[in-house]
Design a protein around this ligand. Structure first.
Ligand code: ATP
Length: 219
């Protein structure tokens, strides 16, 4: 369903969210205090507005309360990020995602009641580090400090075998959620599905189990 989003702060992070949501057909209201940034996004989003998001009346006037989801992507000015989030919360915006600069910022945002707090630079650093450490790991998403979702290249040993034969859950305690192959994406593969050469396995589980699986079965 088409949703209405507002993105406050049009730096690289906020800007790329605006562009992606617009490309996916959603209505996006883009807000920045800097007029140049606003002009840059005027042709990409539904509406681009120059304003200071710490101005409560201005946020009311723009109809921010009608948004399904507001993303606060203000970076360096932590005070502006916190104040904006507080106002959005007071205005009962149903879903507020905020970019945190550091752990203290995150703790304050959590106390105020931000729905979701993201650390794009930190999270991307973790993903890239995992990718650098292993040639088998194509992508990595941390679900909690102990659990992850990882894309792993299937090793030679696995090719031609079914999931039943490989018995991964019993051997390693992790689950294959999907298989990406040249034929497409196989979500929730069945026990009899066979691994092909160059398949990528989407694996979910405890980090220690995934590491063991990757060391023994990866490419
Ligand atoms: P990125 O890494 O995403 O490029 P950043 O973390 O360096 O960004 P900033 O450039 O500090 O973040 O802030 C992002 C945007 O937020 C900037 O374009 C800035 O003009 C805008 N911004 C800062 N304060 C406000 C405010 N009070 N109201 C609206 N926009 C604001």
């Amino acid at each position: 369903m088409k949703q209405q989003f507002a993105v406050i702060g049009l730096g690289r992070f906020g800007g790329s969210i605006c562009k992606t949501l617009s490309d996916l057909g959603h209505e996006v209201l883009a807000i920045d205090i800097n007029e140049n940034k606003v002009n840059q996004y005027a042709d990409i989003v539904t509406q681009a507005v120059q304003m200071d998001s710490t101005d409560e009346q201005a946020l009311r006037d723009i109809g921010i309360r009608n948004m399904d989801h507001v993303i606060v992507a203000i970076g360096d000015d932590i005070q502006a990020s916190i104040l904006t989030t507080l106002i959005l919360k007071d205005l009962n915006v149903p879903y507020i995602t905020v970019k945190a600069q550091n752990d203290y910022h995150e703790r304050v945002l959590a106390k105020i009641g931000a729905t979701k707090i993201v650390h794009p630079e930190r999270d991307m650093g973790v993903r890239i580090a995992h990718h650098l450490l292993s040639k088998n790991v194509m992508d990595y998403i941390e679900l909690s400090p102990d659990y992850s979702l990882v894309e792993i290249k299937a090793g030679e040993k696995m090719v031609g075998k079914s999931l039943l034969e490989l018995n991964i859950r019993a051997k390693y305690g992790c689950n294959i959620m999907a298989i990406k192959s040249k034929d497409g994406l196989n979500i929730s593969p069945k026990a009899e599905d066979v691994i092909q050469k160059d398949d990528i396995l989407v694996v979910i589980g405890a980090n220690k189990d995934i590491s063991r699986f990757e060391e023994n079965e990866g490419a």
